[in-house]
Design a binder for this molecule. Structure first.
Ligand SMILES: [Zn+2]
Length: 320
């Protein structure tokens, strides 16, 4: 049988489709839409939903102005900055070529965990962007949805001296307080047959939570008390969905940034340190820290945060 030109073209097209399919099957790990981190313009896989700032439901910290109130013209102010105070060996290259992925991997060595005291990521972004002119790379909502607001190349304004060498996340949560269920805490929580659940104050009209009718249930039913910076604080736990998503975020970041170890600062007894580190010690630490490890005037993510759970789960996800 003699093949016509059309047949040859059809065969070539079929071969091309086969090659593309094979390439897709063998390249691991796969990039899934809505499940990526963006670093220096490249996409890296993560096994949980991450809403990018370019998506219609996303929060865009590149906007030089208010995000929610568009009645005012953009103010031209950037909420983020350029990573500075780089080690000299890296700085010369960065001056010549800009901050590339290889440089960033040598510079970024901490992931800073915050709680937002805003109760949901929409309100947190509103306060950061529209009120305080601050920024953070990630927001983690009560239902486990992660929002990325900036490329991780940028220096976000979230943790003073740690901004140049860190990535930050604001975990949606009402906060920790000096008295258990004091007036402020009582605004944010109510009790039902299954225990405490988070609610929103009347003035907060829109929560932006993506999961419809999501019930915000702390992972542990009772108030947790513990010491931060030498004082006792009381706090209800984060949600199961937040712990699951955060472990995946830690695992993915440690994969992209080899200096971010899946470890937190610990004392001689192996317990996670519950106060700010001296500056030299902080700068020397490679891994995951709380905002309270950076600054003596901070308590977040608070005494209820389950460090060993998150670190253990993240290590398990990475097969370590
Ligand atoms: Zn903080």
């Amino acid at each position: 049988m003699k093949l016509s030109f059309l047949h040859y073209r059809l065969l070539a097209a079929a071969a091309l489709v086969l090659i593309l399919l094979l390439a897709r099957c063998t390249s691991a790990p796969a990039i899934r839409d809505g499940h990526t981190l963006e670093v220096c313009g490249q996409r890296f896989p993560i096994a949980t939903r991450v809403v990018n700032w370019r998506e219609s439901r996303g929060y865009d910290a590149y906007r030089e102005g208010k995000f929610f109130d568009r009645s005012e013209p953009p103010d031209g102010k950037r909420r983020y900055g350029v990573r500075a105070n780089l080690p000299e060996a890296i700085a010369a290259n960065v001056r010549a070529n800009g901050l590339g992925l290889d440089d960033l991997r040598r510079v970024v060595h901490q992931f800073v965990l915050h709680y937002d005291i805003a109760g949901c990521s929409r309100q947190c972004f509103k306060v950061l962007q529209d009120v305080r002119n601050l920024s953070v790379h990630f927001l983690l909502d009560v239902d486990g949805t992660i929002y990325q607001t900036l490329d991780l190349r940028e220096k976000a304004q979230h943790a003073t001296i740690a901004n140049d060498f860190s990535i930050g996340v604001e975990i949606a949560h009402p906060g920790a307080y000096p008295q258990p269920m004091n007036a402020t805490m009582a605004v944010w929580y109510e009790k039902d047959a299954q225990g405490w659940r988070q609610r929103f104050p009347g003035w907060l009209k829109e929560t932006g939570i993506l999961t419809p009718d999501f019930v915000i249930r702390p992972a542990r039913p009772e108030i947790v008390s513990g010491t931060v910076q030498g004082k006792t604080y009381h706090q209800l736990d984060f949600t199961e969905q937040q712990y699951a998503a955060l472990a995946r975020l830690c695992a993915a970041l440690s994969e992209v940034f080899p200096r971010i170890r899946l470890e937190a600062p610990r004392d001689q007894n192996g317990e996670v340190v519950d106060h700010a580190l001296p500056e030299a010690e902080l700068r020397a630490f490679d891994g995951i820290v709380g905002h309270f490890h950076v600054q003596t005037n901070k308590q977040d993510p608070g005494p209820a945060f389950q460090w060993n759970r998150v670190l253990g789960e993240a290590r398990r996800l990475r097969g370590r």
